[in-house]
Design a protein around this ligand. Structure first.
Ligand SMILES: *[C@@H]1O[C@H](CO)[C@@H](O)[C@H](O)[C@H]1NC(C)=O
Ligand SMILES: *[C@@H]1O[C@H](CO)[C@@H](O)[C@H](O)[C@H]1NC(C)=O
Ligand SMILES: *[C@@H]1O[C@H](CO)[C@@H](O)[C@H](O)[C@H]1NC(C)=O
Ligand SMILES: *[C@@H]1O[C@H](CO)[C@@H](O)[C@H](O)[C@H]1NC(C)=O
Ligand SMILES: *[C@@H]1O[C@H](CO)[C@@H](O)[C@H](O)[C@H]1NC(C)=O
Ligand SMILES: *[C@@H]1O[C@H](CO)[C@@H](O)[C@H](O)[C@H]1NC(C)=O
Ligand SMILES: *[C@@H]1O[C@H](CO)[C@@H](O)[C@H](O)[C@H]1NC(C)=O
Ligand SMILES: *[C@@H]1O[C@H](CO)[C@@H](O)[C@H](O)[C@H]1NC(C)=O
Ligand SMILES: *[C@@H]1O[C@H](CO)[C@@H](O)[C@H](O)[C@H]1NC(C)=O
Ligand SMILES: *[C@@H]1O[C@H](CO)[C@@H](O)[C@H](O)[C@H]1NC(C)=O
Length: 390
């Protein structure tokens, strides 16, 4: 009872402190309840979500009228409950979603993190799901998502710009499956100028077409991925343009993965001007044997991977990792353009290199230590040269 009253008075103080600001607008959702959300969405086209504490177990479902503007202000927090639904969903046509200066969407992910992500342990919600058309999502400052930061699904013609997904705390507190942007069955989606600290894919394209991913910074996760593709209703990824991104301290740099024993198409995908640094596992990875529970080592032939371009991909892998790894069934890959791949540092020897189209420039052997002592020596001399240079 005492603590209940204490909480009440804290809530009262918090609200009264900002009372004038909140009271001026019937279109502001604030406080610790969603009870006014339905009427706000029905009557307002300029909506402010300000210093809101979303009750545990509830979803802030912003199913907005067409042509609405939604602004997040102050500190938005979420009560803790094990759940598999979302913390926030945003839906509508011609919607602008923006964060005001100084705002924070604080998922408090550490309360759910147990190192298992979606594979077990606590049931964890994903943070923000977008089902948007002709919309803009900008300047959002998202912190500590229990699982995925942003899911983009059944969307079309959406730009996400200048958003932050900061799950850095998850590096030491058990964050897992904290993908920054996962995209399903969408069309013409641009993600640009975003900054990501997380523990899974920076971007994961599962299906859809017309994705552009430019000028983003990715730290700590699993790299920029197409996949895993296969085994869903939509198993086609096409017309993807990934340019000028940096991937640092991550498991992989870039990767394409298709699920074992599934079918689908990955076509017209470009990775260009990608800098990778301090990658632990694979700098450049394409595999056709993926299973979430662990790749099988046997790529299956149900996919087409055609018209892929890899241009100017440069950087470093840790010595325990692999620079370039490709494991595809023979004949699934065709029409690749490979120019200027310079990934160094990985010295792992038992590297797969299967299924690369014979008419392209890519060769794992040129990039990996492999059996060739010459290459390891040249890496060593490059390193010494760099050290001398410094
Ligand atoms: C809901 O709106 C009414 C009318 O504007 C207001 O009096 C009430 O405080 C609001 N409830 C919450 C939880 O903000
Ligand atoms: C909202 O936009 C959608 C998609 O363009 C359209 O189908 C729908 O009719 C619009 N709704 C209203 C109420 O205008
Ligand atoms: C989109 O919404 C904005 C308000 O945010 C409005 O000014 C504009 O006319 C709308 N565009 C279309 C095509 O309806
Ligand atoms: C009051 O609102 C301002 C501006 O949105 C915000 O910076 C501040 O944290 C809020 N104060 C409280 C106690 O919620
Ligand atoms: C936001 O609120 C949470 C929960 O009360 C608190 O832990 C966090 O420090 C707040 N962040 C800011 C920037 O006010
Ligand atoms: C590349 O992206 C960075 C941000 O990551 C940006 O500062 C820079 O201007 C971009 N370069 C070009 C040529 O667009
Ligand atoms: C390939 O994808 C690019 C976007 O990266 C797009 O501009 C182009 O039209 C696509 N080509 C075809 C043949 O669809
Ligand atoms: C490289 O990554 C490792 C973790 O794999 C990390 O401990 C180390 O600090 C990173 N190096 C730099 C220079 O950031
Ligand atoms: C491959 O998938 C088919 C169904 O799509 C299934 O019948 C078969 O057992 C699977 N094979 C393996 C080796 O998993
Ligand atoms: C092979 O690499 C060279 C030099 O980088 C480039 O000019 C050429 O277009 C590449 N060929 C293919 C098929 O990728």
């Amino acid at each position: 009872m005492r603590s209940f009253l204490l909480k009440l008075s804290i809530i009262f103080l918090t609200q009264s402190h900002n009372l004038s600001e909140s009271a001026t607008s019937e279109c502001t959702l604030t406080g610790n309840s969603l009870e006014n959300l339905t009427s706000i969405l029905a009557t307002c086209k300029e909506i402010s979500i300000a210093n809101l504490q979303v009750p545990a177990g509830e979803t802030l479902a912003l199913n907005a009228q067409n042509d609405s503007i939604i602004i997040f202000e102050g500190n938005i927090t979420f009560g803790y409950k094990e759940m598999t639904s979302l913390l926030i969903t945003i839906q509508g046509n011609n919607i602008t979603v923006a964060g005001a200066p100084g705002h924070l969407l604080d998922g408090g992910g550490a309360r759910w993190w147990d190192g298992l992500g979606g594979n077990g342990g606590k049931k964890k919600p994903n943070f923000i799901e977008l089902r948007l058309e002709n919309s803009l999502v900008k300047n959002l400052n998202v912190k500590n998502s229990p699982k995925h930061c942003f899911i983009i699904i059944d969307s079309e013609n959406v730009i996400l710009t200048d958003n932050i997904c900061d799950n850095l705390d998850g590096d030491t507190q058990g964050g897992h499956n904290t993908d920054a942007f996962a995209a399903f069955n969408s069309k013409d989606i641009t993600i640009t100028n975003c900054v990501v600290f997380n523990q899974d894919d920076c971007f994961a394209i599962k299906s859809g077409s017309g994705y552009v991913f430019t000028n983003n910074f990715c730290h700590g996760g699993h790299g920029i991925s197409v996949g895993s593709v296969g085994g869903r209703a939509n198993n086609v990824v096409e017309n993807v343009f990934i340019k000028n991104n940096t991937v640092v301290n991550s498991e992989n740099g870039i990767r394409i993965k298709t699920n074992y024993n599934t079918t689908g198409i990955i076509t017209n995908v470009t990775y260009e001007d990608i800098t990778i640094e301090n990658i632990t596992d694979y700098g450049f990875l394409i595999r056709g044997d993926y299973l979430n529970s662990g790749p099988t080592g046997e790529p299956t032939p149900g996919f087409e991977l055609s018209h892929l371009t890899f241009r100017n991909i440069r950087g470093t892998v840790q010595s325990g990792g692999t620079n370039v790894y490709v494991l595809l069934s023979n004949g699934v890959a065709s029409n690749w353009i490979v120019e200027n791949i310079k990934i160094v540092g990985g010295l792992k020897k038992d590297v797969q290199c299967l299924g690369i189209p014979s008419d392209c420039n890519l060769s794992c052997k040129d990039h990996n230590g492999g059996p060739s002592q010459y290459l390891s020596l040249s890496l060593l001399s490059t390193l010494i040269f760099l050290i001398v240079l410094r």
